[in-house]
Ligand binder design. Structure first.
Ligand SMILES: Nc1ncnc2c1ncn2[C@@H]1O[C@H](COP(=O)(O)OP(=O)(O)OP(=O)(O)O)[C@@H](O)[C@H]1O
Ligand SMILES: [Mg+2]
Length: 397
């Protein structure tokens, strides 16, 4: 048997390139022929790059699209499916995703995107449940033969937290478990959504649900079968030149290059919101733009998503919360007190709309078992303090 399988990387029904995939590792091994530079995954390589640079770009993109090594239950997932790499699970689901519209078609197959994508066709809820496994499971999918029939978008969804997609009323929804000692982040997502509702900022709506008594945050897919996400990480890789490529001004420049001149205001709103909730994790895969996957036209900044790492999540002792003045952040500065200085126009941020949320904080955190009320008090007081701090910054701008 040949050590390689030949596949075509597809963007919907447009062939992008023929590739060789290693039989045993299921990693991309070689690019045989490129059909469309226009439809390449955004930022992966340029036409005049060397063959090695192209292959490296392809490899990085494919790896970044798979469950990362820091996924909390990655060992369990591999064990449950009886495979040695996540790529192996992805390839069996044709590399399909609910975040972009790329997939890999086996050579000589006449499959069409319409007949396999997870917007028009069901995924396997049973397989997706495996991605929520935290303890030892029953290795239901351990045979290679069985995984041939497994259709899951979960192997191509990133992020460190344990998560799966599920279908609710015909809409794919992402369910995320929490992390840390009291799983506060699951409730943080819902509180963040409430704040964003009141601030009237475009965002993904999260709600707190339970799976076998374990809290999780659940949100609908904000993409459709005609729109896909390009993370800030890949935008910058594709369009940045120079060493200070990850700074604020350069990102705004890139938005302008893409014709998204109104997106700067939305970016600023997101940074101001992050300041308020003390978000420590707005890294470059936690924001980006949406593009039309048919015309490839950039449409807008993505709605605000993944806000769980906030409200002093990692501060174990709530007595320490009032002592913290500054908070570390991403992506454009190390501390929020620095990052907020990039914003020059706060006119869209109506702080009055969020000054009276005490009941909301208590109602939501109290849904978590044994969540100390002293901690809720400290968090709410901390949040009020941040509103005051931002008020002062706005006055002085
Ligand atoms: N509602 C959604 N619709 C479509 N794609 C989404 C949605 N929410 C998240 N994603 C995609 O899934 C990825 C992982 O989700 P998310 O960032 O919420 O997970 P996480 O585990 O909290 O991540 P991190 O490692 O940043 O903590 C995101 O980077 C984004 O590409
Ligand atoms: Mg994330």
């Amino acid at each position: 048997m040949s050590p390689y399988l030949q596949h075509t990387l597809m963007h919907k029904d447009i062939p992008v390139m023929d590739i060789k995939v290693q039989n045993n590792t299921f990693l991309f091994y070689d690019i045989i022929k490129i059909y469309s530079y226009e439809h390449l995954p955004f930022g992966i390589f340029k036409k005049n790059d060397s063959n090695l640079a192209k292959l490296t770009g392809l490899y990085k993109w494919w790896s970044s699209r798979l469950i990362p090594d820091n996924r909390l239950n990655i060992r369990h997932i591999l064990d449950e499916f009886g495979v040695s790499s996540i790529s192996q699970i992805a390839i069996k689901s044709f590399g399909l995703s609910l975040i972009d519209h790329y997939w890999v078609k086996p050579k000589n197959s006449d499959l069409k995107w319409q007949n396999i994508n997870f917007y028009d066709n069901p995924f396997s809820e049973e397989a997706n449940n495996v991605f929520l496994v935290t303890g030892s499971g029953n290795r239901r999918f351990k045979n290679q033969g069985e995984i041939l029939g497994i259709k899951t978008p979960d192997s191509t969804t990133g992020g460190a937290l344990i998560k799966k997609w599920t279908n609710i009323d015909g809409i794919p929804c992402l369910c995320k478990f929490g992390h840390g000692f009291i799983l506060q982040d699951t409730a943080n997502e819902t509180i963040a959504s409430l704040i964003l509702d009141k601030l009237r900022l475009d965002h993904v709506q999260y709600s707190l649900k339970f799976f076998k008594k374990e809290p999780m945050s659940v949100c609908p897919n904000f993409l459709t079968k005609n729109t896909e996400l390009i993370s800030a990480e890949w935008m910058l890789r594709g369009l940045s030149e120079g060493s200070d490529q990850y700074n604020y001004d350069n990102f705004v420049l890139i938005l302008n290059k893409l014709g998204l001149t109104k997106a700067k205001a939305r970016l600023d709103d997101m940074l101001a919101f992050d300041y308020l909730i003390g978000n420590t994790d707005r890294h470059r895969n936690n924001f980006g733009i949406i593009r039309d996957s048919n015309t490839l036209e950039p449409l807008d900044l993505a709605p605000i998503f993944d806000n769980g790492a906030s409200f002093w999540l990692d501060i174990r002792d709530h007595d320490d919360i009032p002592l913290i003045n500054d908070i570390r952040c991403f992506p454009f500065a190390d501390y929020h007190s620095e990052q907020i200085k990039f914003i020059t126009d706060f006119s869209r941020i109506n702080l009055k709309s969020i000054t009276d949320m005490e009941n909301d904080f208590y109602n939501i955190y109290n849904k978590l078992i044994n969540f100390p009320s002293k901690r809720i008090e400290a968090i709410y007081n901390g949040f009020k303090k941040r509103i005051k701090l931002l008020e002062k910054i706005i006055e002085n701008t």
